[in-house]
Design a protein around this ligand. Structure first.
Ligand code: PLP
Ligand code: COI
Length: 345
């Protein structure tokens, strides 16, 4: 149990998933093969070399994780070690030198500890979103990895990604724009995937669909993932999710699969043909930002697959959502050891 802390006077219950300034971010610099000590900063901007490969060639990777205040007032980060591991994989793929796990964890802990007044109070449904980002900084004009790098972690309090929180959303299968390529970087959290997905995202939104769904870029036959979240489906007592080399390995999805097993469900991770989707009972979009967002319908060419009422999510996704969110706020015992407590002196 920790003592009461001063909180900012934000409207916690109505926070959007957006940027709010907090007091500190932390910066590390890689030069001559070594990472510097972390420097806390209250600046919101960074000086960047005009010839930085992070700017020109997209040599950049990022992460996203959430921090919660629990029912007994502890401060906990949800599985940050998994984000550190995934960032390592992303960095390796785009030739960024290894970022030590310990450095990643220290950065997350320091940013959280220096911004406790922005951690949304328990019961508001909001959280502190932590965004680590790394980019090639040293000047280089010919194509090649940078000689210098910058790693920054900032934090910002956020509410739900989709309006209304746990409320069903409509998805559109976008086929004319891909977010990832076969043998590309779809399985890494790098900015280029999101730039590639922007047109598809905007296209879907203009037609009234908050969520684009992408198919596998090679055959356009199998479900890959949503623009910013993984695809999951429920059929009877089975939890299904695609096996694909071009999707981001979601930490939320991985956690939900374990929860599903704990709740007595079968879990199948395998290629899922788009033609199979109409037979599913429930479909969800899952991720750190999206949490579990129920999908009420998927529009695919001239077909509409319907899974639930636009106002009411299905029972299994509701159960999974509740289990995950209650575990994150300490209302359900964390038997998995997923909560990383950050003790602030
Ligand atoms: N897929 C994409 C493309 C994402 O951007 C995200 C968000 O991080 C996810 C899936 C979900 O991953 P995670 O649950 O680790 O946040
Ligand atoms: C996350 O869920 O953490 C993400 O990074 C998605 C982002 C595009 C908002």
């Amino acid at each position: 149990m920790q003592t009461e802390r001063t909180k900012s006077d934000l409207d916690w219950k109505n926070l959007p998933f957006g940027y709010t300034k907090t007091d500190y971010n932390i910066r590390y610099y890689y030069q001559d093969g070594k990472w510097s000590a972390g420097e806390l900063s209250s600046e919101e901007t960074i000086p960047i070399h005009i010839a930085a490969p992070g700017l020109h060639y997209g040599q950049q990777a990022f992460e996203g994780l959430k921090v919660f205040e629990t029912v007994d007032k502890r401060i906990v980060a949800f599985r940050p070690e998994e984000n550190a591991r995934r960032m390592k994989v992303s960095c390796e793929r785009i030739c960024i030198p290894e970022l030590p796990m310990g450095l990643f964890m220290e950065a997350v802990e320091k940013v959280v500890a220096t911004n406790t007044k922005y951690i949304p109070p328990y019961g508001t449904g909001a959280s502190l979103y932590v965004r680590p980002v790394i980019y090639g900084a040293g000047a280089r004009v010919g194509l090649g990895p940078a000689s210098e790098y910058v790693f920054i972690v900032f934090a910002t309090p956020v509410g739900p990604y989709y309006k209304g929180g746990f409320k069903p959303v409509k998805a559109l299968v976008v086929e004319q724009f891909d977010r990832a390529a076969p043998n590309g970087v779809g399985d890494c959290k790098v900015g280029g995937n999101y730039a590639a997905g922007l047109r598809g995202d905007e296209y879907a939104k203009k037609l009234g669909f908050p969520v684009p769904l992408y198919l596998d870029p090679k055959e356009k036959k199998y479900v890959d993932e949503f623009g910013t979240s993984n695809f999951i489906a429920i059929k009877g007592n089975t939890y299904l999710t695609p096996e694909s080399s071009s999707i981001l390995p979601s930490i939320t999805n991985k956690s939900l699969m374990d929860i599903a097993v704990l709740l007595g469900m079968d879990v199948e991770k395998r290629p899922i043909a788009i033609d199979e989707v109409e037979h599913f009972d429930e479909v969800g979009a899952v991720g750190t930002a999206a949490v579990v967002s129920p999908v009420c319908s998927i529009h695919y060419r001239d077909k509409i697959f319907t899974f639930c009422d636009p106002d009411k999510a299905g029972p299994v996704l509701t159960r999974l959502y509740e289990y995950l969110t209650k575990l994150q706020t300490g209302e359900i015992k964390d038997t998995f050891g997923w909560l990383h407590e950050i003790v602030v002196k």
